[in-house]
Design a binder for this molecule. Structure first.
Ligand code: ZN
Length: 131
């Protein structure tokens, strides 16, 4: 398993980590199999979506904020209940097929670290399974 560090600069922010995930995969030495990407945080997530047009990531950030506002009648006293809810909605892991040592993402796909309670320094675990 390899560990990636991601530094975020806003409370809600999608960060394209495709290059970092590929570098971690390179160090795992797998030719064919599955690359598992896991976020060990309760107020962040990971997702795959369009990386070509940065407006898509911005639209996802804005839509999640609209659906799950920062201030509402939450019981959680820490003040970041919205971030916990967004983390559950987006999910803590993704898996990507690997062929010839490369992430088999679609033409427009990128892997995004999804920050919902930043800015912070975060960790991502990359595990490659295969041969
Ligand atoms: Zn909390």
């Amino acid at each position: 398993m390899s560990e990636i560090t991601v530094s975020t600069s806003a409370r809600n922010q999608l960060v394209d980590i495709t290059g970092k995930v590929q570098s971690a995969l390179d160090s795992e030495g797998i030719d064919e199999g599955i690359c598992h990407v896991y976020v060990p945080h309760t107020t962040a997530a990971v997702a795959i979506n369009e990386g070509a047009d940065p407006d898509v990531a911005g639209d996802i950030e804005k839509t999640l904020e609209r659906l799950v506002p920062h201030s509402a009648s939450y019981a959680h006293r820490e003040g970041n209940a919205d971030a916990h809810v967004k983390s559950v909605m987006v999910g803590s892991s993704v898996s990507v097929p690997v062929r010839s040592g490369r992430l088999m993402l679609g033409t427009w796909q990128s892997v995004f670290f999804c920050e919902f309670d930043g800015p912070r320094s975060r960790r991502v675990y990359v595990t490659a399974l295969g041969r």
